[in-house]
Write a protein that binds this ligand. Structure first.
Ligand SMILES: [Zn+2]
Length: 251
């Protein structure tokens, strides 16, 4: 097997390994996205829960304060009934009115805060179905990834061994040229030379359409299995069996 034939065999396996790996990393990324969205929503709920708890405690304090006002008013009412003279009576009445006004203001504030407590409780309740949905999607993504891993584990092991076998006879320098081109083009490291016109000696890289000089074509026809890259896209060039056969007939 010539070096180019070895590279083509390697390429065939390499493409399959990459496609399997990319299916896995897609599922991995999808899971990460679902997890992040779930985490964000969970953090939001924790925030609202904290605010809700604090506000409820605040309303509780306000209610205790209001109760204090009520008790003071009750005491003052008793004092009022027992007041000895008009001056005392008026002073107590004045104080009662002040405290009643404070109590009214406090009750108004409490009502407003209670409304906010209710709004937060509603927001929390509204978040529940969303959280359930996000959790479900995260779980599905998790299951999909596990399934893909299980499905591809055997095949990937097999392909890794095939790839290692195909790469065994390839010199290190050629291997790094191949890997580099594969990295740039998502696995498409090889490109067939297209014969535009044999008569006019016109050839092109079939991947990027860049013109291939006749000298390169001639080099590829040589027996040594030369590794030549396209000057534009850096893929490793090869001739199809048909092109080689046609060239051989003309010799
Ligand atoms: Zn090219």
């Amino acid at each position: 097997m010539s070096l180019l034939q070895q590279l083509l065999a390697l390429h065939k396996v390499d493409v399959q390994v990459r496609s399997l790996r990319s299916r896995l990393s897609q599922a991995d990324r999808y899971l990460a996205t679902q997890q992040r969205q779930l985490d964000e929503l969970t953090a939001q709920r924790t925030d609202v829960e904290t605010q809700h708890r604090q506000l409820k405690a605040h309303v509780g304090n306000m209610e205790v304060e209001a109760k204090g006002f009520t008790e003071r008013i009750e005491r003052l009412r008793k004092d009022l009934n027992q007041s000895g003279n008009t001056k005392q009576y008026n002073a107590i009445l004045q104080e009662m009115k002040q405290i009643e006004a404070q109590k009214d203001a406090l009750e108004e504030q409490t009502l407003a805060q209670l409304e906010r407590v209710d709004q937060m409780a509603k927001r929390l309740a509204d978040m529940e179905p969303l959280l359930a949905e996000r959790t479900k999607r995260r779980d599905e993504a998790q299951a999909e990834l596990s399934q893909r891993k299980a499905d591809s584990a055997d095949r990937l092991g097999e392909l890794d061994r095939e790839r290692a076998a195909a790469a065994a006879g390839v010199p290190a320098a050629t291997m790094s040229v191949f890997d580099e081109a594969a990295e740039i083009h998502e696995g498409e490291a090889m490109s067939e030379v297209e014969v535009i016109s044999a008569r006019h000696r016109e050839y092109a890289c079939s991947a990027c359409n860049t013109e291939i000089p006749f000298a390169v074509y001639a080099k590829l026809l040589g027996e040594s299995g030369n590794v030549v890259q396209c000057v534009s896209c850096h893929r490793i060039l090869f001739l199809s069996a048909e092109t080689e056969a046609t060239a051989a007939r003309k010799r």
